[in-house]
Design a binder for this molecule. Structure first.
Ligand code: NAG
Ligand code: NAG
Ligand code: NAG
Length: 194
């Protein structure tokens, strides 16, 4: 992008001092996300498809407040890059950086919502932990024992907070009021082999 003649001296000195980092061939992202992601197979953004993402607006799995643990939501691309996810040992994780990964937990939401399972990012695994996450081609699935599955369907639902949250159910159902159906996708090469 830059030719050396255009690099001011101060920037040149800075680049020289971080030369080791710049030498990593996968260094691409603003903050190194790409180089981190490339170390773990299958790391990617998760894109929502269906009525939630019509009108040419791409939406991704995200947090209400970027960088803060809490409910999972679906958000359009904004200035903050959407978070990265991957599946390891049948658990879905959000990758923060080299040292921090957080589990996407499944909370029992039967006490307050028609749909029985809500996605919440936690510090450790909790809630319903006997299910498994998997990719089938590009699509994300959550299976429970006894042959139950969300069949790849997720729901974006507006709660009383006025914010969208993500739910699912092992019993196929029409979207309850305030909810829209969607599927979730990862388009990295590694997952396509499954
Ligand atoms: C990684 O992210 C965690 C959680 O946000 C933070 O506490 C930690 O300082 C970060 N580590 C690095 C190496 O950036
Ligand atoms: C969720 O909680 C309800 C009520 O406590 C319980 O009947 C149901 O089995 C729970 N669902 C799961 C998947 O654990
Ligand atoms: C997060 O989910 C809880 C229920 O699990 C809900 O009470 C709360 O309002 C949600 N937060 C937002 C910002 O919607």
């Amino acid at each position: 992008m830059y030719t050396s003649i255009h690099i001011p001296l101060s920037l040149f000195l800075l680049i020289s001092s971080v030369g080791v980092i710049l030498a990593v061939p996968t260094w691409e992202g603003m903050n190194g996300r790409s180089s981190i992601g490339s170390l773990i197979p299958g790391v990617s953004h998760i894109q929502a498809m269906g009525p939630v993402a019509t009108g040419g607006m791409m939406k991704h799995l995200a947090l209400h407040r970027p960088g803060e643990l809490g409910n999972i939501t679906v958000a359009p691309l904004n200035r903050v890059a959407p978070p990265l996810f991957y599946i390891n040992q049948e658990q879905l994780w959000l990758l923060v950086n080299e040292t921090a990964v957080y589990p996407v937990n499944v909370h029992n939401s039967t006490s307050f919502h028609e749909l029985p399972m809500q996605l919440v990012l936690g510090k450790k695994r909790e809630g319903i932990t006997n299910g498994i996450w998997r990719w089938k081609a590009t699509m994300l699935y959550y299976d429970l024992p006894g042959g139950k599955s969300n069949t790849g369907l997720f729901y974006q639902c507006m709660l009383e907070s006025g914010a969208y949250n993500v739910f699912m159910t092992p019993i196929a159902s029409r979207p309850p009021s305030g909810c829209q159906i969607m599927t979730l996708h990862s388009f990295v090469r590694n997952n396509l082999k499954n």
